[in-house]
Design a protein around this ligand. Structure first.
Ligand code: PHE
Length: 355
């Protein structure tokens, strides 16, 4: 019969040299693998005669148990020391003084949206939104812009299907329709959001931002529109005086329609809003067309209203002296570091809108 004591001390000698995971694995195979020492000993049982079998098997089993336990203990020790090493490396000294953490900045477009929201909510407008992917009914038909109307071409629409039903909204005006369809007048809302047109140069980007305004009630007149826009421009540009000019224009969904310019001048190379004799177009507006009101089941003999659409990116460019619109959407972190706003400095009417 095999000398189990001898075998055991041989194996224990091998295990003694195990000092890392790799050597552990190879020793384990050497002992318990397909051709391992213990495995081979088990294979022999079949060829033994009855008298030897019992003693042999019992010795072999206890050897196997002993070695297994020793190996398992080794493994636990390895794992424990790996964890200890990790803990040692990753330990944090919570008593160290804090390091300055440079958080991200608020993009000028987001900043302007926060500012206009603050300005309009002070005079009773609430905020609505609608989907970027619109269908042609909300974007055009309901806004009194039937098929083949030249205004559809002017918008350079991105269509999303061949039937020209789904599209990327070309303006925020569909939110007027969505808002009026879902409840009853009066309506007094603004709707900031992304809009899309097939157009790209220094002052046009295929994706840009608009702010829609809509106020529908009994006896609303063009005077209210004017008053509202004066209030808005003064608050937004943080100036006492502004010069505003209404130019007759045309939109299918307003009648009469106007485009609004604000006066400015260049002083020491900087743009000054509200003074001077130069004009800059900032928005389109008008009285909501009676046909639009009918489309959303509002009686135009009872209710009237005004609507306006402002280019948000353009407002941001004017107010914060940024002269290339494309940089807005290039995601250059250095640009944002320079033009962005402190996230903790939320614009409010009473604390001030901007730096
Ligand atoms: N939707 C128009 C545009 O994008 C702007 C506008 C809005 C005009 C509301 C009148 C009333 O050009």
């Amino acid at each position: 019969m095999e000398n189990f004591n001898q075998i055991e001390s041989n194996i224990l000698n091998k295990i003694k040299n195990v000092n890392d995971r790799n050597s552990y694995d190879s020793i384990k195979t050497e002992i318990f693998g397909k051709k391992g020492i213990i495995t081979e000993l088990f294979k022999k049982i079949g060829s033994l005669n009855q008298s030897e079998k019992k003693e042999y098997a019992s010795k072999l089993n206890s050897l196997k148990t002993k070695i297994t336990e020793i190996l398992e203990k080794k493994l636990t020790d390895f794992n424990q020391s790996e964890i200890n090493k990790k803990l040692e490396n990753e330990k944090i000294d919570v008593t160290l003084p804090g390091r300055t953490y440079f958080a991200g900045k608020i993009h000028p477009v987001s900043q302007v949206i926060d500012e206009v929201t603050s300005i309009f909510s002070e005079i009773g407008f609430s905020v609505e939104d609608g989907p970027d992917v619109e269908n042609e009914y909300y974007n055009f038909s309901a806004l009194n812009t039937p098929e083949n109307h030249p205004a559809r071409d002017m918008h350079d629409t991105f269509y999303l299907d061949r039937s020209k039903d789904l599209l990327l909204r070309t303006h925020t005006s569909p939110v007027q329709i969505r808002t009026m369809l879902k409840s009853k007048p009066p309506f007094k809302i603004i709707a900031p959001g992304r809009t899309y047109r097939h157009d790209s140069d220094k002052t046009h980007s295929p994706m840009f931002h608009q702010l829609e305004g809509l106020h529908v009630d009994k006896n609303i007149s063009m005077g209210h529109l004017k008053g509202c826009l004066y209030y808005f421009v003064k608050k937004f540009f943080e100036v006492e005086k502004v010069k505003i000019r209404f130019r007759p224009s045309h939109f299918p969904f307003t009648e009469p329609s106007a485009e609004v310019d604000i006066g400015y001048k260049i002083h020491n190379g900087k743009i000054k809003i509200g003074e001077g004799d130069k004009w800059l177009e900032i928005l389109g507006c008008g009285m909501v067309h009676p046909k639009v009101l009918k489309n959303v089941k509002v009686n135009p003999n009872q209710y009237q209203g005004y609507a306006f659409g402002v280019g948000i990116d353009r407002l941001a460019m004017l107010k914060y002296e940024i002269n290339d619109l494309r940089a807005f959407f290039e995601s250059d972190i250095r640009w944002l570091e320079f033009y962005g706003f402190d996230p903790l400095d939320v614009p409010t009417n009473y604390r001030g809108l901007s730096r």
